[in-house]
Ligand binder design. Sequence first.
Ligand code: LMR
Length: 389
Amino acid sequence: PLADLPEVESDSLLQLITLCAADPRPEKIDVGVGVFRDGAGNTPILKVIKRAEEILRETQETKAYLGMQGDKRYAELLRPILLGPLADDARIAGLQTPGGCGALRLGFELLALAIPSARVHVGTPTWPNHPPIIRAVGLEVAEYPYYERGQGSIRFDAMVDALSAANAGDVALLHGCCHNPTGADLDEDQWREVARIVAKRGLIPFVDIAYQGFGRGLDEDAFGVRLMLETCDEVVIAQSCDKNFSVYRDRVGSLFVKTGSESATALAMKHVSMRAREMWSMPPDHGAACVRIILDDAALKADWLVELTAMRDRINAVRQRLAAADPRLAFIGRQWGMFSMLPLSREQVLKLREDHAIYMADSGRFNVVGLSDDQIDRFTAAVVEALNG
Ligand code: LMR
């Protein structure tokens, strides 16, 4: 009976939202879940999204179903942004999903269907929701070393060794840019080396790219994705617009799949469409319709790029401020995207929560732009105190 269900631990990242909200201390600092905030500590709706919503309200004539693949024009318009010069490659096809999380689930559903014996190699650490999604489709999770917390650097040799020992048909899960939770991205030479190994071993790269434009720039952040597509016949990509369009709760993502032939890709799309039908029938329309309106209009697209650049500039400015505060935080200035991971124990993280009302993930991951401008000094002082231990 339902009454006999076992206890379940709620998602640690999403739980932080509730914990922080319940803290009555006015000076509390929320650097938990990955949401962009401006210097004043707000997550405003982008002006260009507001404009697109007005256009949508004025022009939308029906809310009749669109179909399992959602808004096809939306997925079409993402191609140049994500795929760049490969946008016209007919062996690559995509469809709309409910956020990056929906794209991950759908991509792994497809892999489980095609290669049920595949092991999925994930870096340690990775986004805590990756392993549960992989296990939910019945695939096995294997780990490769990725990041050395104390050093603030990538364990590249160990990563290469682990991937070199993977079996043909296994999957390598890679973060396209702005690594979550560490902020430590592969450089271009490292991407080339990983692509070489993945191709040589016959692995399928699965690239999760949820923060395109939050690191160095839209094209720069897509370097790894495009390199994998150039190097490998079979690639799966989970993409998200939730962050770079700041539409988090509207759940705007897409899944792109490349196979060796146009017909095999078309068949894969039929399978993922049927999987989508079983899970959510079709993705929610509103956010993707707004993104479509923006990308379909040169002026609105230019406005979006201005707002995206402002978000990226703030992320990188906060990084530089944190890095300058203490030599032990210098690594933060060499990393990308919203997250970095502090070399703090779980006990130290909990003590920061208790003593300073600072809410970060138990792993020591924190959202650099969770900090408003006037919280940065207090945050660094508390962190340095914790590091002095
Ligand atoms: C995060 O890692 O904080 C974000 O991706 C939000 C989430 O769903 O966990």
